[in-house]
Design a protein around this ligand. Structure first.
Ligand code: GLU
Length: 274
């Protein structure tokens, strides 16, 4: 029974088999919602039609059952919610906070070397000189055909408090640049879809992997632009293999399926205190 205003979510992207890192994040999200006496939604992040597959959704449901994770209400499926993302796109466009970008990924890669060493987290910064003049968005009635980017303000420091990491700060133009909100193939970009959904669903705390810390800074800018209050944040440490490499969805030996099929109980392979 829900006894508080806490609302969390599980937000898996079904593009592969889930591993211990996902289990850690999902378990924490579930635990925090249940401990708070709140509710927990399941949102299937399947916007990437090329990479998301029904068998990964099936596998994920089996993983949740194995972990004893439940959720409240019907699952929310991103591929059925385009209207919500388009409305957010329009709101950003009306404020001239986004612009159409016709540069290719290759052009961007060729132009800038990734500025930081921790490439896991960093991305090449979009060159400010490539931005079109303000007002360029007005010519577009629909998002299709180009990439849409959010115009960041160089030097703006985005701060947030995180349950695990404490106070976190990232600087626009240094740690991240103008980021995509809509993809050239006419799919809402991750940053926009997640914020539009979390706002619409009334999410009060986001639990996710530490690999998304920079995304959180970008998303806070989107919350402000869309007139919403950001939720609380809890970024879980990544799980690494014995060589220090973070687990990837294709890392079969540590997939949750392989534990399930070997008959391992969830609590045996996952120590929540570590
Ligand atoms: N769907 C994202 C992922 O699997 C997580 C999104 C989020 O928690 O905001 O990495």
């Amino acid at each position: 029974m829900t006894t508080s205003t806490y609302k969390g979510r599980l937000a898996p992207t079904p593009t592969g088999e889930f591993h211990l890192g996902h289990a850690r994040t999902f378990y924490t999200a579930w635990r925090r919602a249940r401990d708070a006496g709140g509710s927990l939604a399941l949102r299937i992040e399947d916007l990437d039609a090329q990479r998301c597959r029904p068998e990964f959704v099936e596998g994920m449901l089996a993983d949740f059952a194995w972990m004893g994770i439940d959720w409240d209400g019907e699952p929310v499926v991103q591929s059925r919610r385009r209207g919500i993302y388009e409305a957010a796109w329009r709101r950003l466009k009306e404020q001239d906070l986004i612009y159409p970008c016709t540069r290719s990924r290759k052009e961007l890669r060729d132009c800038v070397r990734a500025p930081h060493e921790e490439e896991e987290m960093r991305e090449p910064l979009y060159p400010a000189a490539w931005r079109p003049e303000p007002g360029a968005a007005a010519a577009y009635a629909e998002p299709a055909g180009v990439t849409w980017r959010f115009r960041t303000s160089e030097g703006e420091v985005v701060r947030f408090s995180d349950v695990r990491k404490g106070e976190v700060a990232f600087t626009a133009g240094v740690d991240f640049g103008d980021f995509a909100v809509w993809r050239r193939d006419d799919v809402p970009a991750y940053e926009l879809a997640v914020v539009a959904d979390d706002l619409e669903m009334g999410i009060t705390e986001v639990v996710r992997g530490e690999d998304l810390l920079l995304s959180t800074a970008r998303q806070i800018l989107l919350y402000r632009a869309l007139g919403g209050d950001p939720p609380g944040w809890c970024h879980e440490p990544l799980v690494r293999d014995e060589n220090g490499k973070r687990l990837a969805k294709r890392y079969d030996a540590l997939s949750l399926r392989s534990f399930r099929e070997r008959g391992t109980a969830f609590f045996q392979c996952y120590d929540t205190d570590s």
